[in-house]
Design a protein. Sequence first.
Length: 116
Amino acid sequence: QLQASGGGLVQAGGSLRLSCAASGRTRNIYPVGWFRQAPGKEREFVASIRGGATNYADSVKDRFTISRDNAKNTLYLQMSSLKPEDTAVYYCAGNPVPGTSVYTKWGQGTLVTVSS
């Protein structure tokens, strides 16, 4: 129901923009967060935008920017100054349980590979 796209191979220092849109029955599905999972590691929070407020993991602060186009119900993640340690499958997430960091909708993931 959430479709992430925009991943690919990029050199260190480069940029990529990820997108996440709801597909199928999109009513009441709102993507608002990004997570990532590197090989052999657990999934980790990257960024979220909720109620107009943005939140970032320390590891991506000042390099990544999350935004939403409410008219298109699409979530973006602009990634700059990419590092090899940013290599991961990136997932978008939506419909958080109010007042929590629990997300009830997830996308299928898009692979980002950063070469050194």
